[in-house]
Design a protein around this ligand. Sequence first.
Ligand code: HAM
Length: 428
Amino acid sequence: MRFQRPRGTYDRTPDASPLWRQLRQLFDRLCVQYGYAEVDPPIFEHTELFTRAVGEATDLVSKEMYTFPDRKGRSLSLRPEATAGVVRLVLENKLLAAGGLLRLAYWGPMFRYDRPQAGRFRQFVQLGVEALGSASPAMDAEVIELFVGLLREVGLAELRVDLGSVGDACCRPAYEDTLRAFLAGVADRLCPTCQERRQANPLRVFDCKEPGCQALLGEAPRIMDQLCADCQAHRDRLEALLGARGIAFRRDRDVVRGLDYYTRTVFEVNYPALGAQSALGGGGRYDRLVEACGGPATPAVGFSGGLERLVWAIGNEKTLGRADLGVRGAYLVLLSAAAEAPAARIAARLRASIPAEVDYSGRGLKAQLKSANARGARFAILLGEEELAARAVTVKDLDSGEQKALPEENLLELIQAWSAGAPPAARP
Ligand code: HAM
């Protein structure tokens, strides 16, 4: 019996790990620089949280959640997204009590039962931030800047930022009436699902992928054209702030977000070369969500980015070279079984400064050097009978091919000098 991974999932294999690790480090660094503290809610929550926060009528909740009863019959769901869980975590741990701004970050797996295709998985990893406590467009600008900054740092230049607004409690009800009236006029041509949405949650008709509905909706009124003065001012200010920071964006009347909690700002950052699933991330403002989850009225804004798509886009541009993939270290090549114990001792000393791997495979010199190169090591450290007898080692710089024999106790010094660009004199 051979097992296979479930449909829509993937295995991350070792060759991909350096890039993932580097992205994680970059994200962590940006979060420290901007002051976002990491939080880690569980990957499953009470189903009710998502129904309330994300919206019962959304595809995400009604069609794509992995929902199951636990052994006591309580309904739990694997999280399809993280914002709801973060808000729950904030309230449960009374993090708002301290007042002021709360800047939070997360990284972890999400689950959506959707039709798998390139760039769309049933388990995928998101990174994201949520900023609670500010209604200012400057906060929206900061989270967009952070995400775009991350993408630029990994070398993705061809980005398209789509920016829109979904209004607020002041202008949305009137807009929904206009939309309902429009939908009533074309009701007989809508699909059965949109017929239902038309009354309960008319905005969700924009989620429909039926070509017939999509054609009809091209003519539908858009909230962007009916924003109240405050929403319009918010949007104008955000656009000015992004312009001032050199972040180009496209005003988009059609940014459709598959979640109900948004108010005012919505955005998506696309990398068009990826084709159909080109959204590297998206987010927006959700000024009513904290209250809807039982907390005090608290404005908030955030985004989430999809790691698989990010990695895919980086592969597409081949922007990160091998040398960028973290610290390169030493690879200890053993030319005699007697070298195992000394090798472990030397490696332990090296690891205080650089990564060090020991080859215990018992293969010949050539095969071990091949592995050293394949592992991306900078130095091969050769340990044979001769070296052991003299308590010495032979160090080979795998970039330049230079080789030098030296006493074991000088090893670290030499490696440091060598990496700093001062190659030692050749072996006498
Ligand atoms: P979202 O647009 O649903 O937003 O997801 C954000 C990103 O996650 C997408 O742009 C995409 O890169 C990635 N993603 C989504 N679904 C999949 C999938 N099936 N396979 C691979 N990648 C996927 C949210 O999740 C909101 N929580 C964002 C947010 C945070 N809004 C406010 N704060």
